[in-house]
Design a binder for this molecule. Structure first.
Ligand code: AMP
Length: 116
């Protein structure tokens, strides 16, 4: 069975994390340890542990995550300069929280995608 993470508590507002967006499918809030001037997490309300666990039934939710990220980027004023959307999977991907999430990062020039 997939175990809940702190993100489920944030979705249900059982811990007082300010939400930037929430609808029937997704929730967005600021990362607690920002890696850039703007660092937001967009997550599905449904617990999906890793990208490996995504199914065709989740396609609407995954699409919503991107449209919400786009909307928030605009609200944050970083759309025109640009930003990065990141999803980490499992150990080699550097995933720490096993409830999938899309990082929206921007607000300055981010540099190369990966360290060489
Ligand atoms: P990842 O390494 O892709 O699993 O990223 C997990 C992210 O969740 C990290 O950037 C953490 O800083 C962030 N994070 C963990 N706990 C919280 C929390 N309570 N509120 C907001 N962000 C969190």
């Amino acid at each position: 069975m997939t175990e809940e993470t702190i993100f489920s508590k944030i979705i249900r507002q059982e811990i007082p994390t300010p939400l930037l967006y929430q609808d029937d499918l997704v929730t967005a809030f600021r990362d607690i340890s920002p890696q850039a001037p703007c660092h937001i997490l967009v997550i599905p309300n449904k617990l999906i542990a890793t990208v490996n666990d995504v199914t065709e039934d989740d396609e609407l939710t995954l699409g919503r995550m991107i449209t919400v990220a786009k909307k928030l980027a605009k609200e944050e004023g970083i759309s025109d300069d640009g930003y990065r959307l990141i999803m980490n999977c499992n150990d080699h991907g550097g995933q720490e929280v096993y409830h999938i999430h899309m990082h929206l990062v921007g607000g300055h020039k981010l540099g190369p995608m990966l360290k060489r």
